[in-house]
Design a protein around this ligand. Structure first.
Ligand code: NAD
Length: 252
């Protein structure tokens, strides 16, 4: 389905990004995995290449615009186009940096990290690839949101702030800009997904967390020509989590 298409995937060394890369590669795409974790990246790229994929890995911190530009340039040099951008790199700053202070006591650097990775990262990448997509007069940009962007979070506050920003402001703005150039922009918003065991006990209407493949199925559909009339929209894949009544402030 994606023969001769080139996809850049941030956060491609793990979880939803990695599985997306594997699926795109199996369907004939050229895959560029970008991730800050160089060891995991090298290991996973080797696996995907051994499986027959046309895959390269580029170490990149999405917070660093120079490194983002380098990914863009290397993707074009290697494969000649950028057809799909999938911005997966992200995570809640409190979980990833292991900080548990109350909101007013949290060092601002922790929130800076959350905003920089989860909001600026997808913004930087969309900005970096847009000129190439305009040149091609085609492209698809897929951001990854989170139900936390709808719910909020009492302490890890940069994460929901950033996620709502990309689910709505960024995705819609990119769709507005891209429409006249045949460039679509969409967001996929997961509920709890089993990329780590901790998600297994989270509330959903279906009484289970999602499998990574259930998120990737939506990503693959939106990236494909089957979704040719879909742009500017947010696509929630959450097992019904957002319609389950829960105690005020519960993050479970
Ligand atoms: N797993 C869930 O339950 C869930 C729920 C809602 C939303 N999401 C979102 O889905 C996306 C993928 O989540 P996942 O569960 O697959 O996560 P994951 O932790 O398995 O993968 C995230 C990847 O991003 C990379 N990364 C982190 N910071 C980076 C940076 N500064 N630059 C480049 N790469 C960086 C990590 O090294 C890792 O490989 C994230 O944006 C996350 O917020 C996940």
């Amino acid at each position: 389905m994606f023969k001769n298409k080139t996809v850049i995937i941030t956060g491609g060394a793990s979880g939803i990004g990695l599985l997306s890369g594997r699926c795109f590669a199996k369907q004939g795409a050229n895959v560029v995995l970008a991730d800050v974790n160089e060891d995991a990246l090298n290991e996973k790229v080797a696996e995907l290449v051994a499986e027959g994929g046309r895959v390269i890995g580029i170490k990149c911190d999405v917070k660093n615009y120079e490194q983002v530009l380098a990914v863009r340039d290397q993707a074009i040099a290697e494969f000649g186009s950028i057809d799909i951008l999938l911005s997966c790199a992200g995570g809640n700053e409190c979980r990833i940096l292991n900080r548990h202070e109350d909101f007013p006591d949290m060092p601002i650097e922790v929130y800076d990290w959350g905003i920089d990775v989860n909001l600026k990262g997808p913004f930087y990448f969309a900005h970096a690839v847009m000129k190439q997509m305009v040149r091609q007069q085609s492209g698809v940009i897929i951001n990854i949101g989170s139900v936390t962007g709808e719910e909020g979070d009492k302490t890890g506050m940069a994460y929901p702030t950033a996620k709502s920003g990309i689910m709505y402001g960024l995705t819609r703005s990119l769709a507005l800009y891209g429409a006249k150039h045949n460039i679509r922009a969409v967001c996929v918003t997961p509920g709890p997904v089993l990329t780590r065991p901790g998600m297994a006990n989270m509330t959903t209407l279906m009484d289970r967390a999602g499998e990574p493949q259930e998120i990737v199925n939506m990503i693959l559909f939106l990236a494909s020509d089957k979704a040719s009339f879909i742009t500017g929209t947010n696509h929630v894949v959450d097992g019904g989590r957002l319609i389950v009544p829960r105690p005020w402030g519960s993050s479970k």
